[in-house]
Ligand binder design. Structure first.
Ligand SMILES: [Zn+2]
Length: 149
């Protein structure tokens, strides 16, 4: 467990993102650019969003575990409007993708896609994790790899 930042500082950094006891380690991982997904140490099942109990076997032995960040776009929307956010300009529709991570069938993490024009972003495209700074907050994003899935 990283102790680079106190719980108090962590909460104040991510408060607008709904940080809580179950997601604290996930957000702590963001500071180190590690995408941590809660995983059951009994049966090995990942789950997202973070919960205190394994949805498969009901174990409470949950360990935040770094994933590769490689996956495939499963769901995709383009926001034409939305809440004001630093670095987000809706004049170009803003992509939001739910990415199926390679670690487990049906395990998805939602983030934007950067580095490609919107007409190249599509369901089924392979992506890899990257990080950007958004108003001083380390934020996970995905980039297209250019590989077919
Ligand atoms: Zn389990």
């Amino acid at each position: 467990m990283s102790e680079l930042i106190s719980d108090t500082d962590l909460v104040s950094m991510f408060i607008h993102l709904g940080i809580d006891r179950d997601s604290a380690e996930h957000f702590r991982g963001r500071i180190e650019h590690r995408l941590l997904i809660n995983r059951c140490s009994e049966c090995g099942t990942y789950h997202q969003p973070p919960r205190p109990i394994c949805p498969r076997c009901w174990s409470t032995s949950i360990v935040p575990t770094a994933v590769s960040g490689n996956g495939t776009i499963d769901l995709l929307i383009f926001l034409h409007q939305g809440p004001p956010a630093p670095g987000v300009d809706y004049t170009t529709p803003y992509p939001v993708a739910s990415v199926g991570l390679d670690e487990q069938e049906g395990l998805r993490f939602t983030a934007t896609i950067i580095g490609s024009p919107n007409d190249e972003i599509a369901i089924g495209e392979r992506v890899t994790l990257d990080w950007i700074d958004r108003a001083g907050i380390p934020t996970p994003v995905f980039r297209l790899t250019g590989d077919a899935s």
